[in-house]
Design a protein around this ligand. Structure first.
Ligand SMILES: [Fe+2]
Length: 667
């Protein structure tokens, strides 16, 4: 039995139960050897071979060989850094800030909420040389049905909605559109939820006890709804929405859902986390994606690393097996893919005491495992070797999102990440934060990985609670100094941390620094909360931080709001003048929930309607009695090929898109 182990993959508790019913076989060396390349792919010749090491740790032949429970807890530092965040006045209790923050997780109405229009409310000026598109994805609607059919899912299980802000010539065009997954279409037609999800304790299937006990546990059928909600990226001309299974191709002009397998990027399952990295031989940039697939019966994880060239072609695929674990993100250097395996385990009794009685969701069956060391696993990117190097960390932590990493001149590997003092299910934690037990408890950490002795040493770069890091992707896998993060605003006298409200630029004094980071914080304002930042390098930039930081900002107190005081801005900050704050604040037409992940596309996509879209809209019968009208205002000066402005109901548009979607999809 296999289950994809993606960013959100938390299905394994029940898989483990199934494994218990079918005890795992002992792993032999043959069970852990390399898996072959798939046909149609090729491996590029290494510019230089991965570093050889006589003491490198071979992929263990037996799970029992793993260095588990090898270190007493009292000798295993968990946290040795006290927060030095600024202490705010006693009046600063954070209750209002957290209440305001929580308003960013409100469900939106659904298809009637979709927009496509120019943005006119802009404070400051959008730099004319800044061309490209901010893409965001996240759950946006998680309440369906009325009366007895009304069902409210956990925020994370909501239907995914992609948001785009396309910038060119100092102008901004906005779109938001739901990802029409198969389950979305079915539930939309029925007007209610029918499919179980990962993060919701309650179950729309009735009777839930029977379904969970006999279908989920005994039969091991753990299919869960695809909501297409966890990331969106545009690479090689292919725009895809990612969740925990196979991605959905989107039309780069309209954001319409096309379906699976319309391009190499949407043809293979991969997580929502990826990296882009320049090839050292100058042959161009690669997009590196990966998949973790856990087989709990054999207690192995099948890791597959894919590389796509700038044209979108899959040019490398390398597969490895290693002992089962949960990882969320990856780092890529010239010679390695690196995963950080932070120990977690399953709260096994909860399967029977909570899950089958709808007192917990699948994801809540996981807990931290402080008896096992965190491990770095290094997978060769090049050459014939499939030796997986395992390196033990000297510091217990959990990490979801990594900053960057590189191989230094001494043969060591630098691995920078945001670490948590304890494991918690990230997204349920941030939806109900209190600043003390729940979010934020993170810090910025650097590990020095010594391949020769198999040890990794921890250093705290900054104890500022921070997450969702980004750096210039021109420096992926290379020595670097600048990073940008979502961060907490401070600590009150009771030791409670404020919500993640600010953006912070962190600059290291040198590329090999082990501390003394310089922090420049930008706070968007009262009742405002910055989301995940992205860095956009200026064309022709020489300095690493020559470019802009772009992000969405949740506004909990927008005076012109038609959605309970909620609003959303996009901000553009000159990274070299971070302390000056945004050069432009762009007010989006509608409130956009916090969401999960997104990206910056250097291509101008999802701009104003082109001929094909206008023709499709005009071909539809416009029924002005249905829904609220929306304006598709077309800027003829900016887009030469468009028709004069027209009006069309969103309902009619949605109906047209549904028809196109059903025709185009090949599932
Ligand atoms: Fe993530």
């Amino acid at each position: 039995m296999k289950v994809d182990h993606n960013a959100m993959s938390v299905l394994f508790p029940l898989q483990l139960f199934c494994a218990a019913r079918n005890p795992p076989r002992s792993l032999s060396k043959s069970a852990l050897k390399e898996r072959p390349f798939c046909s149609g792919t090729r491996a590029r010749k290494a510019s230089r071979s991965p570093r050889s090491s006589a003491q490198a740790v071979q992929t263990p032949a037996l799970v029992s060989d793993m260095p588990t429970k090898s270190t007493p807890l009292d000798k295993f530092p968990k946290s040795n850094v006290q927060s030095r965040q600024k202490v705010l006045p006693a009046s600063e209790k954070f209750e209002k800030q957290y209440a305001d923050y929580s308003t960013g997780y409100a469900s939106v109405p659904g298809l009637t909420y979709e927009r496509s229009e120019w943005i006119t409310d802009i404070e400051g000026k959008i730099p004319k040389e800044l061309e490209g598109t901010l893409l965001r994805n996240g759950p946006a609607m998680y309440i369906r049905g009325e009366g007895a059919d009304r069902f409210e899912k956990s925020y994370l299980d909501g239907d995914g909605m992609v948001t785009s802000v396309a910038l060119k010539d100092g102008k901004a065009y906005f779109r938001n559109k739901f990802v029409r997954t198969e389950d979305f279409e079915k539930e939309e037609a029925l007007g209610k939820y029918t499919e179980p999800s990962i993060f919701t304790a309650k179950d729309p299937r009735k009777p839930a006890f029977i379904w969970r006990l006999f279908n989920d546990i005994l039969a091991g059928n753990l299919n869960r709804k695809q909501n297409g909600a966890y990331n969106v990226l545009n690479w090689g001309g292919n725009l895809v929405a990612v969740d925990y299974k196979k991605p959905y191709e989107l039309d780069p002009d309209t954001l319409d859902t096309v379906g699976h397998a319309a391009s190499p990027l949407s043809s293979v399952m991969h997580t929502s986390h990826y990296r882009t990295v320049d090839e050292p031989d100058g042959s161009g940039r690669r997009c590196v994606a990966f998949l973790n697939e856990v087989d709990w019966r054999s207690e192995t994880t099948g890791a597959v690393f894919y590389e796509f060239d700038e044209a979108g072609n899959e040019v490398s695929r390398r597969a490895y097996d290693y002992p089962a674990s949960y990882v969320h993100d990856l780092i890529v250097t010239d010679n390695y893919y690196i995963l950080f395996d932070c120990p977690i385990k399953i709260d096994f009794p909860a399967v029977f005491t909570k899950y089958i009685f709808e007192k917990s969701c699948l994801s809540e069956l996981i807990c931290e495992d402080t008896d096992r060391r965190p491990l770095f696993r290094l997978f060769p990117r090049r050459g014939d070797s499939r030796e997986v190097i395992t390196i033990e960390a000297d510091y217990w932590c959990y990490a979801y999102h990594h900053v960057n990493g590189f191989e230094d001149s001494d043969g060591k590997i630098i691995f920078d990440t945001c670490t948590w003092d304890k494991f918690t299910l990230y997204f349920t934690d941030i939806c109900s934060p209190n600043g003390q037990e729940n979010f934020p408890r993170m810090k910025l950490s650097r590990f020095i990985l010594d391949v020769d002795n198999g040890k990794a040493t921890h250093h705290c770069l900054s104890d500022l609670p921070c997450e969702l890091p980004i750096t210039s992707w021109d420096y992926t896998g290379k020595p670097y100094r600048h990073m940008y993060l979502s961060s907490s605003v401070g600590t009150n006298e009771a030791g409670v941390n404020g919500p993640m409200q600010a953006l912070t630029k962190v600059t290291l004094p040198t590329v090999d620094a082990l501390g003394d980071a310089q922090e420049v914080e930008w706070i968007p304002g009262e009742s405002k909360f910055a989301m995940e930042p992205f860095f956009v390098a200026r064309k022709g930039a020489i300095d690493e931080d020559d470019g802009w930081v772009v992000a969405l900002v949740h506004d909990a107190n927008y005076e012109k709001s038609d959605f309970g005081g909620r609003g959303t801005e996009m901000v553009i900050i000159d990274a070299k003048k971070f302390e000056e704050g945004p050069v432009a604040r762009i007010r989006l037409p509608v409130y956009i929930p916090f969401g999960v992940h997104g990206s910056w596309s250097t291509r101008y996509v999802a701009g104003p309607p082109k001929k094909a879209e206008l023709a499709a809209m005009q071909a539809q019968e416009i029924d002005s009695s249905l829904g609220t009208r929306t304006n598709f205002l077309v800027d003829n000066a900016a887009v030469q090929s468009v028709q004069p402005p027209i009006e069309v109901t969103k309902f009619a548009t949605a109906a047209a898109l549904v028809g196109l979607f059903l025709t185009a999809c090949q599932f």
